[in-house]
Design a protein. Structure first.
Length: 233
């Protein structure tokens, strides 16, 4: 015999659907009516246009151009702007490279700097003229006067050697500011030379009567912290 309390838990396989809310029902019906109305209006409008309004309208552009170029465009006018750059030749010929710089003439530079110059050729000594038999021979010939002492060649001192002429001039300007008393009244002598196959520019000062005077000047320059040597040539 079954327990009477078990009947409360019997599962019902079919439950009736709950009734639709009246507000939702009205909204669904209204939306359907509006959709049907729009479809009818579209069909009627298509039929009226097909029979009464003719072909679709054609939109044409406005008469005349939209933009007009000004007579004077303005701006900066550059003379020769249509010519080829860097050549100045409007013929259209291909550009040509500049000719190569010829190598320096080492012999000419050495000659300008006084290097390896040939010694001067001594003048030929005139042959003695035989004495005339009619002229009396003096008993004794007076001793010739002592030959005048040959003046010493002026000496030069070298203050610097740079890679170019502008560098030598810059060194001279700096020394003039550093020791104006020693270089007062003196002018620079800048000479090109070739040393070990390289071109250099020598900064020198001349005007010294003897090498001793040049050596004394170099000693005074060295005392002020600058380089100075007596030039051997």
């Amino acid at each position: 015999m079954s327990d009477p309390g078990d009947e409360e838990f019997i599962y019902q396989t079919h439950r009736p659907a709950p009734p639709m809310d009246q507000a939702v029902r009205k909204m669904v019906l209204g939306a359907g009516g509006v959709s049907v109305l729009l479809i009818l209006v579209a069909l009627l409008w298509g039929g009226v246009r097909a029979t009464g309004f003719g072909p679709p309208p054609v939109i044409s552009p406005p008469p005349g151009p939209l933009r007009v170029a000004p007579l004077d465009p303005g701006g900066l006018t550059v003379p020769g702007a249509d010519q080829q750059i860097m050549s100045g030749d409007a013929s259209g010929a291909p550009p040509q490279l500049a000719p190569a710089t010829p190598p320096p003439d080492v012999a000419q530079l050495d000659q300008a700097a006084g290097i390896n110059q040939p010694p001067p050729t001594p003048a030929p000594t005139p042959a003695p003229t035989p004495a005339s038999t009619s002229a009396p021979t003096p008993a004794s010939t007076p001793a010739p006067a002592a030959a005048a002492a040959k003046p010493a060649a002026p000496a030069q001192v070298q203050l610097a050697a740079t890679a170019d002429e502008a560098g030598a001039q810059s060194v001279w300007d700096g020394l003039k500011r550093k020791m104006p008393d020693l270089l007062a009244g003196k002018s620079p002598v800048i000479l090109p030379a070739v040393v070990n196959g390289k071109s250099v520019w020598r900064l020198r000062v001349d005007g010294f009567v003897t090498p001793a005077a040049a050596q004394a000047f170099c000693a005074a320059v060295a005392a002020k912290g600058a380089a100075c040597t007596v030039a051997p040539f």
